[in-house]
Design a protein around this ligand. Structure first.
Ligand SMILES: *Cc1c(COP(=O)(O)O)cnc(C)c1O
Length: 394
């Protein structure tokens, strides 16, 4: 199999050809500034507004509640920092989860070093937020609850509606990082009681460097990026017209194909999980089997080091991940795997494979065969495995 088997769709996705086609005019002859008064500018503005409408429609928001950004990281930073800045006289306590993406976690850590207090609420062994712990963490000075919609490493989907209800009934702003969920599973910001929501185009087969922050009209926050009057004076900077048009096209395709393609991806995901757990001893699935993103597979292989496994499957043409792309390169095991209670040595032996609608069964069969070979080779070289055999653990 010469071409790459791409199983890293949680890190980024392939841009769809239809998305590129929609963007092309705005990378070439349709170059006007959408804020310009002339009709050329107005035409480009129409294209951005069409994208805004499509994106709003995907989460049951109003058009004027969508603010374009440079991506998920900016949206997360904007939501959290602006709420902190706006509400600091009311209170300086923020609640988040122990399994956030780095864009939320590091933003909270930054605020912790600047006079705010952060509570990281724990999760159970499947990665589901402990709602009792969340309720108990709420204080009179709590200004924000930020919880990831669906986790990027283990795929667990949170009880977002319940979390939103808890926030609302306590008069606390609720932000969710929905970068992994948006366009993949149905989201309804009204029913889910969401005030602020982050999404990104490149996780749904759109272009990189563009995303959005949904901001409920009743929960408007101050700008993070100051300057011109773009985005209803809330996010300065000339609009990334080609990116926004591509994001809109990707959202349109997601909406059209979601029901059908998620069923298919889920089936493939379960096929991959079942084959690995059935055919490779001492492997375990991380996260919840059912409340899980359609394309997420995260497996720990005992007596193995994840980085070595990643490199060996890479040599066989398979692109996967040891956890989150951001965490690779560091020697610490994933904070998400530690939060679900895995001991360090097991957390270290984990591999994330994330599927898309372009993944084929042949690719998965090839991957299982490759994994079997790699795992038995690495175990045969592992002193941990030898010890385990000696001590009859195995
Ligand atoms: C990818 C990702 C981000 C960051 O989005 P960018 O557009 O790459 O900045 C944030 N949160 C989650 C859950 C992600 O998966």
């Amino acid at each position: 199999m010469p071409k790459t088997i791409y199983l890293d769709n949680a890190a980024t996705t392939m841009m769809k050809p239809d998305v590129l086609e929609a963007m092309m005019p705005y990378l070439t002859e349709m170059y006007a500034n959408p804020s310009s008064i002339h009709s050329f500018g107005a035409e480009c503005n129409v294209a951005c507004e069409k994208a805004r409408k499509t994106i709003a429609g995907l989460i049951n928001a109003k058009d004027n509640e969508i603010y374009f950004t440079s991506g998920g990281s900016e949206s997360d930073n904007w939501a959290i920092k602006s709420v902190a800045f706006m509400k600091k006289d009311k209170g300086r306590h923020i609640i988040t989860s122990a399994i956030e993406h780095h864009a939320v976690m590091e933003t909270c850590e930054f605020l912790a070093g600047n006079g705010f207090e952060i509570t990281f609420v724990g999760v159970d062994e499947k990665g589901i937020l402990k709602l009792d712990e969340l309720k108990a963490a709420i204080r009179p000075d709590t200004i924000l609850i930020s919880v990831i919609y669906a986790n990027n490493e283990i795929g667990t989907i949170q009880p977002i509606r319940e979390i939103g209800e808890i926030a609302r009934s306590n008069g606390i702003i609720f932000h969710t990082d929905a970068v992994q969920a948006f366009g993949h599973i149905p989201i309804d910001v009204e029913k889910d009681n969401i005030d602020l929501l982050s999404a990104s185009a490149h996780k749904i087969h759109g272009p990189k460097g563009v995303g959005m922050l949904y901001m409920k009209n009743s929960a408007r926050i101050t700008p993070l990026i100051h300057g011109g009057p773009h985005e209803r004076k809330r996010r300065a900077g000339t609009l990334n017209v080609p990116g926004i048009v591509g994001f809109g096209k990707a959202a349109e395709l997601s909406k059209k194909e979601m029901a059908e393609s998620t069923d298919r991806i889920r089936e493939m995901r379960n096929y991959l999980i079942d084959r690995i757990l059935g055919e490779i001893p001492y492997s375990r699935l991380n996260g919840d089997k059912d409340r899980r993103l359609p394309g997420n597979v995260n497996i720990s292989f005992r007596y193995i080091e994840g980085e070595s496994m990643l490199m060996m499957v890479d040599m066989k043409g398979i692109s996967a991940s040891t956890g989150s792309a951001c965490a690779s390169g560091s020697l610490d095991p994933s904070h998400v795997l530690l939060a679900i209670g895995l001991p360090h040595e097991i957390a270290h032996g984990s591999l994330r494979m994330t599927l898309s609608e372009f993944t084929t069964k042949e690719e998965l069969d090839y991957t299982v065969d490759a994994l079997k070979e790699v795992v038995s080779k690495l175990r045969s070289m592992s002193p941990l495995y030898e010890d385990a055999i000696k001590n009859k653990e195995v």
